[in-house]
Every structure is written in C-alpha cells, then in structure tokens.
Design a protein around this ligand. Sequence first.
Ligand SMILES: Cc1ncc(COP(=O)(O)O)c(C=O)c1O
Ligand SMILES: Nc1c(O)cccc1C(=O)C[C@H](N)C(=O)O
Length: 412
Amino acid sequence: MPHRSLRGDATRADAADPLAAHRDAFVGAETSLVYFDGNSLGRPPRATAARLSRFVSEEWGGRLIRGWDESWMDLPFAIGDRIGRVALCAASGQTVIGDSTTVLLYKLLRAALDFQMVADPERVEIVVGRDDFPTDRYLVEGIAAERGARLVWVDVDTTRGVDADLLDAAVSRRTAVVLLSHVSYRSGFLADGTELTAIAHRAGALVLWDLCHSAGSVPVELDAWGADLAVGCTYKYLNGGPGSPAFAYVAERHQGTLVQPVQGWMGAADVFSMGPVYRPADGMRRFLSGTPPVLAMIAMQDTLDLLEEAGITAVREKSIALTEFALRASDALLTPLGVRLASPRDPAERGGHVTLSHPAMRAVTARLWRQDVIPDYRDPHGLRIGLSPLSTSFAETLTGLEAVAAAVRAES
Ligand SMILES: Cc1ncc(COP(=O)(O)O)c(C=O)c1O
Ligand SMILES: Nc1c(O)cccc1C(=O)C[C@H](N)C(=O)O
C-alpha cells in the first residue's frame, strides 16, 4: 500500500518538522488550496497587511516628504544588507534593492562588459546558457548588439543546467562576462557557486549570478565564492509581493570601477546638489538610477524576519526533505503513469523545485488550477512543483501530487 504509507510519512514528517509552525505565518495556509508556485510568487506573510497599513498611515501619511530624509533614502541599502546577511552570506555594503531583476541584470552586465572591453579589447564574449530564463537570454542578445560583443551559448540538457564541464569548455581568454543561473528556472538544477566562479575567474572573466530561484531557498555564499556580481528576485522565496523590486550585489572590490549605464540622479555622487553633470556615487548607490520603489520593498521584511529566525541551513534541510518526499511520491504515484523526472535526482544538484514531464502536462496544469492545486507549466511538457520551505507542508505536497496523478489519468 505505497499510497497509505506515504500519507503516514507525510503526517510524521510534518509533526517532526522544526519549521512547521512557520507555515501559519502565511495567508491562505489554513485553506485546502495546494500551492506549488511559491517559486514564481510567494504567499503573503500574515504580518504584511499590518506592516503595509502602518506604513501608509504613520510613515507615508504622517511623515510625508520628510520620510525620505528620515529613512526611505536608506531603505534600499538597509534591506539590501539584510538580504545579504540572511540569504547571501554577503558582508554589508554590497547589496542594494533596486529595479526589476531584468533592469538590474542589464545594468550590471553592461557595467561588467564595458569594464572588460576597455581593459582588454579582445575580451568581447559573453557566455550564457542556451536554456536560461528568457530575460537573461534576451538581455545578452540586446547588449551584444549594442556593444559589438559576441555571444557564446552553452548548450544544456533541459533536465539540468550549466555545470563545471560545460562552462570550462565555453570560457577562454576572450570571455568578458559569464552570466549564470544558480538554480535553473526549468529543471531546478543547482550549480556549484564556488567551482563555476573559479572556472570563470581562471579565464579572466567576471561572473554575474542570477539568484532568482535561490535567494531564500538554498544557501548562497557570494563572498566565499569570490563572486563578482549577482541579481535576484524578491517576490519568490522572499515573499515581497507581485513585482517587488530585485536586489543587486556588487563585490566591494568592483564598486569603485564599474559604472552602470542608466545614469539617473539617485545614483549620482550628491543627489540633492543637482549638479550639471553625472558623477557616480561611491559604493552601491551608483547602481541605483531613479527614485527607489519604497512601498514595493516593505513587504519582504516579514519573510526576512522569518528567515533570520529559522536560519538558511534549516530552510535548506526542509527544502531537501520536501523535494525528496515529492520524488518518492512521484515515483510511487506518477512514474507508473509514464511521468518522467526532469530535475536532478541527486539533492546536492537540486534547488527548491522539481519538474515532472509528461506530454499531457499543459492540460494537466489547467485542470489542476480549476481544482485549486497550483503548480505551473513550462515547456517542454514540464509541470513545475515549487516547494517553499517556510510555507509548504509535507501533507500539502502529497495532496497535490495525488491530484496530479488523477489529472494525468484524466488527460491521458
Ligand atoms: C531566473 C530568472 N531570471 C529573471 C527573471 C525575471 O525577473 P523580472 O521579471 O522580475 O525582471 C525571473 C522571473 O521572472 C527568473 O526566474
Ligand atoms: N515574474 C513573473 C511574472 O511577472 C508573472 C508570472 C510569472 C513570473 C515568474 O516569476 C516566472 C518565473 N520567474 C519562472 O521561473 O518561470
């Protein structure tokens, strides 16, 4: 009776889970809806409604324009430093909240490429994975056209991501910048940050990490890796809300030399002197451009509180336990129906989501959404199961996978 023992195991795993109580901190955890998409948009923490309301009445409503001097100008750096400390193992003064992920990737990629091409005119190549998230691929195409750079595409199996062997073969003394996904949006493949950074550095390249599917879910150690640059979303595992602004990391050693191309007044040396020409600020301020989206960066602080309390090591332990349990349930319930695993089986190579492949998965996803079971679908034939360590339970995971099995049967 594999099914029954799975239910018993889910109940026991929830009872033994040291992070189980955190689930109640999220809106909707009390309902029967199964949420497998926290890796696209995390659930709202319950504390966020009061935090936002307080901000509107007391800070925005009470302090009005004085709020900028009193705290808002500093907020992108204060929250950035917190993300650095809690989720990225980055010393303070290197992480800032800015624009969208897409815009920050553009700004940092351009800054790194321009720096490299001036230092050595033969370094004109950008290395990027052929299967990376669309915004990453489209950006490098645009930047290459803008700057006369060349793209080196790393071909990747859709069930994995760029690994050490593939990167080693792609870089050379012509490589200026390598853009890497730490956790692949499609397969959940988890890259080795230390090893890949070292490979890029041996070739003389700078590395820009896309941490969208890592931050708040798997440990990231930017300073220890020797990373140069990183960008990541805050609306996934950091629960910042739809469209909450991204963070950017620039290693301290690069902050005096890299100059980003969107030269707005908020990145200038003396913002309110409003001088005749742009002079980039020192430190991380130069990576800002316009007025910081203060309202949109308020909510993520609630999840930073939870993460700080839980610790990223415990979060990773739960994440591995959840994905291992999901694979066991999938082997029992879905493999007999012809569903294939499209993620690494080794937990050391897997982030917080798993992808299950079957020709019917597009229709399966639509059917599941109508039943309040919410995974997402990514080509080719992939059902992505996002398991947020702070808000997903083992019982919810099993209920969702049982629903997937019924939907595959109905759509096959
Ligand atoms: C890996 C990855 N990179 C970049 C993005 C783009 O982020 P945004 O739409 O916030 O600019 C996303 C998610 O949308 C993503 O998953
Ligand atoms: N950013 C998104 C959005 O604005 C709408 C719908 C989905 C998203 C996503 O986050 C997609 C996600 N990054 C992915 O990995 O597919």
